[in-house]
Design a protein around this ligand. Structure first.
Ligand code: PRP
Length: 206
């Protein structure tokens, strides 16, 4: 049985459609409910629905053989897994953003609100800029709005959240999209089967 960890939410729905297109459909998944694990005995796979930021944890520890996760999460946590495919879904950019009209005081450490402290530290250390990281778990844009932080490091997809809160992008750190990741020992033991899945997914993406 191959365990596939999918991120709950819109990205997970898009990814599930890709897996359905290569023959791994699971009718029970299409009913809205609170169930978190779905077995498809016919194809010998099961789907696990997990929090997007946790997908790589399940895959790294072998609770899932395969997972789909944003590149943003991989950059932040650097799990010890193979990254085999860019699915091209969930495209967004990791950015530094600030309030419109804000100007930087370079004599002070830059206060950075973010869900991505490692990414923020790496980026600003490459710029030789001292920072004070304020770790948040959501609604990051409130940091600068309330004057708690100077900037944010966060993902920007449509730009609507920034716009509606009077912020704008100051620099782009990296592009992100959904990646297929694989547990290292699962790949060793199931290489042929996993390679076929990867190749089939590549074809349906065309
Ligand atoms: C993410 C991100 C931004 C927003 C960007 O938040 O942290 O706030 O999406 O998307 P946009 O550019 O299309 O507006 P999410 O929706 O995950 O909620 P959160 O604030 O709880 O993290």
């Amino acid at each position: 049985m191959l365990n596939i960890a999918l991120p709950k939410g819109r990205l997970g729905d898009d990814v599930y459609r890709r897996f359905s297109a290569i023959g791994f459909s699971c009718a029970a998944m299409e009913n809205e409910g609170r169930k978190l694990i779905f077995r498809d005995d016919e194809h010998d796979v099961s789907y696990l629905l997990v929090k997007p930021s946790d997908v790589a944890v399940y895959v790294e520890r072998g609770a899932a053989d395969i997972g789909v996760v944003g590149k943003d999460v991989l950059m932040e946590n650097k799990p010890d897994v193979y990254e085999l495919l860019d699915l091209g879904l969930g495209r967004c950019r990791m950015c530094v953003a600030a309030m419109n009209g804000w100007s930087e005081d370079i004599s002070l450490p830059l206060r950075v609100a973010t869900k991505y402290p490692n990414t923020a530290r790496e980026y600003f250390s490459r710029q030789n800029r001292e920072i004070d990281v304020i770790k948040l778990h959501g609604s990051i844009e409130l940091g600068p709005v309330l004057g708690m932080s100077d900037v944010i490091v966060d993902i920007v997809e449509t730009g609507t959240t920034l716009k509606e809160n009077d912020l704008s992008v100051r620099s782009v750190i990296a592009e992100s999209s959904a990646r297929l990741i694989v547990n290292k020992s699962s790949y060793h033991f199931e290489k042929e089967r996993i390679d076929k899945i990867v190749n089939d997914l590549k074809e349906v993406a065309l």
